[in-house]
Design a protein. Structure first.
Length: 329
């Protein structure tokens, strides 16, 4: 086992939630419309994701967990126009260096599903035929079993589960075509459940509760050709009273990101509301022309850069001002 690989893996996957995020993004890239997650011991014992996406070709299984194995990039020029989350082929490789990984997958043209396990980037044995629906299930067991320092540094299983639910919830708000569920091992009820094709408001309500869901205003920005941007979102109106901070749910080109200039501008619009100690809920999804966004960011880095940022932030903030003013207080 190479120490270098283990260290590299630990930089990308610092907790169960990082592994889960990579797995969810792969499922979304694979066109899944359902994503079901099972968590045991905060994801440290078991983290399982089952999707109904494209599946993985049997011929690709031997190298699936090798570094730089990706089906998503054919030429280097593709980077500027990349539409998928993945393109580095590092996630599964990393996870396989610090956990036991088992993949069960079936493409539409396969007569049966194939199941195979991985360790340290390598396939263990041959894929075995098994029963299964179209799609992919990735089972990650005993995460960090060989990285004791990391295991010690992690919080309680409940805190890791909370991070997982938060992450799934954020993706679920944005990916309206996908149904999501998340269950804790041994529980009969879902910890989170969102139906495919439910509205953004229904999703926010299912995830953040009735009060949040009933105090929203919609925000829409039709495509602005000058700055190459369009936006939609749901944000708290000024009647919403809550002291509980919820980190803004911000997507840019379907990537969950942070954007300090935008956050500051929104805070200014909410000025007196915030001054009273209230905390708004904010969901915003921006589409920016891909060639104007810096996509080549590290997997763990979330702050996003784009051209015309001043103008775009200004546009969104003034739209928010209008939306808030349109609600009776
Ligand atoms: P990347 O997403 O950067 O390509 P990953 O390590 O995340 O790298 O995944 C490696 C490859 O495994 C992907 O390019 C894809 O071909 C395949 N893959 C992983 N998960 C899935 C999935 N849920 N459905 C279909 N293919 C998958
Ligand atoms: Mg990926």
């Amino acid at each position: 086992e190479s120490v270098v690989n283990k260290i590299a893996a630990g930089e990308i996957i610092v907790g169960p939630v990082n592994a889960l995020k990579e797995m969810m993004e792969n499922s979304i890239d694979a066109g899944a419309t359902s994503i079901d997650i099972l968590v045991r011991d905060g994801g440290l014992k078991v983290l399982q994701l089952t999707d109904n996406g494209s599946g993985i070709d049997k011929n690709d299984l031997p190298i699936l967990c090798e570094r730089f194995t990706t089906s998503k990039l054919t030429a280097f020029e593709d980077l500027s126009s990349i539409q998928t989350y993945g393109f580095r082929g590092e996630a599964l490789a990393s996870i396989s260096h610090i956990a036991r990984v088992t993949v069960t997958t079936k493409t539409q043209s396969d007569a049966c599903a194939w199941k195979v396990s991985y360790a340290a980037g390598k396939m263990l044995g041959e894929p075995k035929p098994t029963a299964g629906k179209d799609g992919t299930a990735i089972l990650v067991e005993d995460l960090f079993y060989n990285v004791h320092s990391r295991l010690r540094a992690l919080r309680s299983p409940n805190e890791e589960l909370a991070k997982i639910l938060d992450c799934v919830g954020r993706y679920a708000i944005n990916a309206f075509q996908i149904g999501f569920s998340c269950k804790k091992f041994g529980d009969s009820q879902f910890a989170l459940s969102v139906k495919a094709n439910s509205t953004t408001r229904e999703r926010i309500r299912a995830i953040f509760g009735r009060v949040v869901g009933e105090n929203l205003v919609e925000l829409n920005l039709a495509e602005n050709p000058q700055f190459g941007v369009s936006a939609h979102g749901q944000v708290s109106n000024l009647n919403f009273v809550s002291k509980k901070a919820i980190t803004p749910v911000l997507f840019i080109n379907n990537r969950l990101v942070t954007c300090d200039p935008l956050r500051r501008a929104l805070n200014q619009v909410y000025g007196s509301y915030l001054a009273k100690g209230n905390k708004p809920f904010i969901f915003l999804s921006l589409s920016i022309r891909p060639d104007l966004v810096d996509v080549n960011v590290h997997p763990t880095k979330r702050e996003v850069r784009f051209l015309h940022d001043d103008e775009i932030v200004e546009l969104v903030a003034s739209r928010l001002e209008d939306a808030l003013a349109s609600v009776d207080t």
